[in-house]
Design a binder for this molecule. Structure first.
Ligand code: FEO
Length: 393
């Protein structure tokens, strides 16, 4: 994509990445991802964040559509993760005179990641930088999602650059702004991005939202995904809701199944949820990457887990998903458990132990032998109904 002027004198100069399969080496990118870099041009010019190292030349090409990259005066580093800082060594060679501005915790990272020690300035909380016609200020938002993360604000056009905060997966599909793009693609990818990348840091996200609320914001320009100029509050509200972990009044059924016994019970549980009047989503943990299972569990307050007993324990795909959900510290879930066993159970008991450690509310659990008979399926429906009733309550 070519450079886009998002406000007078403020340009998107980022790149689309449609070739990386796994973000952070683990999260699938079926729709790609964008690395958004921004050029703020007054009498002086500042580049806010950069891109992954492999895309440095494309970044320079986009900057060149606006101005000679060698005339950039400042490099602002909101966040040191290499999807935003990877082009710094190249930029340093192009603009050796331009100081790098970052929060203090970024300085040792600059040294360790790139051997950059000179020409770096730590910017204190609230520090301002007058570019002549454009005014930047810097606002730490630690642990959204690394300790050095800060947001940059441009006061004349009221644009916030919050880096990963309010970002999403999904490359830009020929449209940069929220009023041009298909939100049906980006909002689910924002949920998955939130759950996968920043989900473990919900308190820092809520703190950041509170701190940034003091700024008058017309445009939110994050470092991944859409620029929100029509309704910035929409993405802020989504992040706030997800951070509070209340979950929608709905139920996610996550199961694994070797010979369809547990799958048939998952369907029965789902029917029970529907009969109680709540929406339900059924997810086969063995066929969906845990990245997506985590996002589905994050969305809904009810969570029913089903697993056959495998090697005396939980079916590995379900166990993997459950461990990831626990690792991200998802709270406030109303839970049901079910499982099948060929001769000796164990999966349900072990899932119950994990649920107890997480402090989730366990409504009920059931385990059956072999193929589910009519009475078993009726008990599964009742389990779904009871979890739904607790979610409604
Ligand atoms: Fe998009 Fe934490 O980097």
């Amino acid at each position: 994509m070519a450079a886009v002027e998002i406000r007078p004198g403020i340009f998107w100069v980022g790149v689309n990445d449609r070739v990386t399969d796994l973000f952070e080496g683990q999260w699938p990118l079926p729709h790609g991802v964008s690395y958004n870099s921004y050029l703020v041009v007054g009498e002086k010019a500042a580049l806010i964040d950069s891109v992954k190292a492999a895309f440095a030349e494309e970044l320079l090409g986009n900057i060149a559509q606006v101005m000679d990259p060698a005339r950039i005066d400042f490099l602002v580093v909101n966040h040191m993760e290499p999807d935003h800082s990877g082009a710094l060594p190249v930029l340093r060679r192009v603009v050796p005179h331009a100081p790098i501005l970052a929060a203090a915790p970024a300085l040792p990272m600059l040294a360790r990641f790139y051997g950059i020690t000179g020409g770096v300035r730590a910017v204190p909380d609230g520090a301002a930088l007058d570019l002549g016609g454009k005014r930047l200020s810097f606002h730490p938002i630690p642990f959204v999602h690394w300790p050095e993360t800060m947001a940059t604000y441009e006061a004349t056009e009221k644009v916030l650059f919050p880096c990963d905060a309010f970002g999403s997966f999904g490359a830009l599909e020929g449209a940069l702004f929220d009023d041009e793009a298909d939100l049906a693609l980006y909002e689910p990818e924002a949920v998955r991005y939130f759950a996968n990348i920043v989900g473990m840091h919900t308190k820092p996200v809520l703190r950041a939202i509170e701190v940034l609320a003091a700024l008058e914001i017309a445009v939110i320009a994050p470092s991944h995904g859409l620029v929100w100029r029509n309704d910035p509050s929409r993405i802020v509200d989504l992040y706030a809701r997800l951070s509070r972990m209340e979950g929608e009044r709905a139920v996610t059924v996550v199961y694994g199944s070797m010979y369809d016994h547990t799958r048939r019970m998952a369907d029965a549980v789902a029917c029970g949820v529907t009969a109680a009047g709540l929406p339900v989503k059924v997810v086969d943990a063995a066929r969906v990457h845990p990245s997506f299972v985590l996002a589905e569990a994050w969305l809904r307050r009810g969570l029913v887990l089903g697993s056959p007993t495998y090697d005396t324990g939980i079916f590995p795909a379900v166990e993997h998903a459950l461990r990831l959900i626990a690792r991200k510290r998802l709270a406030n879930r109303v839970v049901g458990l079910f499982g099948s066993a060929g001769w000796q159970g164990g999966a349900v008991r072990k899932m119950a132990e994990e649920v107890a450690e997480l402090g989730w509310e366990l409504v009920d659990k059931l385990e059956f032998k072999g193929a589910p008979v009519r009475e078993d399926l009726a008990a599964g429906e009742e389990l779904g109904r009871r979890v739904a009733e607790r979610v409604k309550a």
